[in-house]
Design a protein around this ligand. Sequence first.
Ligand code: HEM
Length: 221
Amino acid sequence: MIKKHYEFSFWVRVTHWVRAITIVVLTFTGFYIAIPFIAPALNQGEPNNYLYALMRSWHIIFGFLLIAVTIGKFYLFIFDKQSQIERVSFLDFINPKVWVKQIKYYMLIGKHARLKGVYNPLQFVAYLGVYITLIVICVTGLILHMHVYHEGLGGFLFEFLRPLEVMIGSLAMVREIHHIAMWFFIVFLPIHIYLAIFNSIYGKSGAMDSIVSGYKWEEEH
Ligand code: HEM
């Protein structure tokens, strides 16, 4: 029998969608910072309408929002009771049998692996990559930020992040790493959306719903 099953808590869903929106906005504005692809409308008083400055300010506002929500998600992953199901996924990740079953499923020659947690091993690796990239992009973003805003938070961070910048080699290299990390998301997002739809429809689980309503449909064992 197929039964409704509560999977993602309210705050897990909120952090997912806030991150999704911030990553899209940051990719758009970040790309503009790298290659200004829109020409500002002509204006006599302010010849370039400060379009670049506007993109930078939205980039930094959404950048800090992403940092806040990423810290929140780390908190949930470690302490939230409902997120136990995410933590348990580690057991599936270290189980070779689940790996083989899951790969067969994606090759359309087997059934979906029965999981202890909520993520299959391939998903687990992909999401681990997302978190590592989030840390890289947030820390490099903060290094870029502290070189422009020397007071307050910028000045405070300088003490801690300057040694890291020196280890990386140069500010130009920090910017390059920040830029390359963006491409991880550009590649990840379409694959993530495709596989979520695939699992939801081919797997008849309605898995897409779980990140909206919190519920998905599963066979009772
Ligand atoms: C998904 C997240 C993010 C993406 C895709 C992204 C993308 C980018 C890109 C492509 C650039 C231009 C680099 C270049 O010139 O090649 C940039 C610059 C920058 N980013 Fe991000 N970024 C993200 C997150 C952040 C965060 C969390 C912060 C922290 C506040 C941040 C702060 C900055 C700053 C300060 C600059 C430099 C602006 C300038 O040089 O005028 N970014 N970002």
